[in-house]
Design a protein around this ligand. Structure first.
Ligand SMILES: *Cc1c(COP(=O)(O)O)cnc(C)c1O
Length: 292
């Protein structure tokens, strides 16, 4: 396998009669196509961490995540391709059967360690954190989800992949909000950057005037889904041939269509929606749930 290939990225025009009627164009940036495993935005968020790693004499890379984490899988695979040792601290007790994501991460050489949810939750407290990382001396540590300044800087470079000036609105999903923050700081002030939070109860915060976050499209919370969401994703696929994931990009696409229906976007808007990948997470759904 090779490192991600930016030449594989396309911007797919989504052409549906109701968009034409409204005089609005929608294109989807297919970051999901850059690599079969290091999917979507994760490569961008890892870029500067990998650079920091190479600049110093670290022993390996340690990071954190849940059983279906796209970030864990992307890190494991990127580390293998670069010949770096990797370790993952996984939320929760070790199950009798590992999730597909964790099986794959192990195949890419990541050493997994499971810790109870309670301890995991408190990992931002110094004493818990130090206890956890003590077993990994001289490892370079990447926060859960690849969050932080390096992640934001890398995510901002997503905007260099295409002619960003032609869009009036750019939409992306928000988990840790690393991608959103990076894109917002790298964007022009005359275009609106819209984040769709997939987490319930995200806090309001201050940001550049051109940024806007919607908190009402989480469908019950992180990695939760409803029949309405699944039906939307199947319909979206039928209409566009584009697969989405139920944790991030399905909710993002639903939000876009809902906002279009509610006439949130003015006539002549040129919208870019970012497909940030994550399709492997759909394997956690019962077979037959999705038609793709
Ligand atoms: C991780 C991820 C996101 C969220 O990115 P953040 O920077 O954590 O907000 C969005 N979409 C997909 C597919 C992801 O895997």
């Amino acid at each position: 396998m090779q490192l991600p290939d930016f030449l594989k990225i396309t911007t797919d025009s989504i052409q549906l009669p109701f968009l034409q009627q409204k005089g609005i164009s929608v294109e989807m940036l297919r970051l999901d196509k850059i690599h079969p495993v290091i999917s979507g935005n994760k490569w961008f968020k890892l870029k500067y961490h990998l650079q920091n790693f190479s600049d110093k004499d670290y022993h390996g890379i340690l990071t954190f995540g849940g059983a279906w984490s796209n970030h864990i899988l992307a890190t494991a695979c990127a580390c293998q391709l670069k010949g770096i040792k990797s370790a993952g601290i996984i939320r929760g007790e070790k199950p009798s059967q590992l999730s597909y994501t964790l099986q794959q991460a192990e195949l890419y050489g990541m050493q997994l360690r499971f810790i109870p949810r309670e301890t995991y939750k408190r990992k931002s407290e110094k004493e818990f954190f130090e206890e956890i990382i003590k077993k990994y001396p001289n490892y370079y540590i990447i926060q859960e989800g690849g969050a932080g300044a390096e992640g934001e800087k890398g995510a901002g470079e997503i905007l260099q992949l295409f002619n960003k000036n032609k869009y009036t609105h750019i939409l992306c999903a928000i988990g840790t909000s690393t991608m959103f923050n990076g894109i917002l700081s790298a964007s022009r002030t005359n275009q609106q950057i819209i984040g769709i939070s997939v987490i319930k109860g995200m806090n309001e915060r201050k940001m550049k005037d051109s940024g806007k976050i919607f908190n009402n499209y989480h469908f019950g919370g992180y990695a939760k889904s409803t029949p309405e969401l699944i039906q939307f994703m199947n319909n979206f696929y039928r209409q566009t041939n584009i697969p989405t994931d139920f944790v991030y990009t399905g909710k993002l696409s639903f939000a876009l269509f809902d906002l279009l229906k509610k006439d949130f976007f003015p006539k002549e808007s040129k919208i870019l929606i970012i497909h940030s990948g994550g399709l492997q997470g759909n394997i956690s759904l019962p077979q037959g749930t999705l038609i793709f």
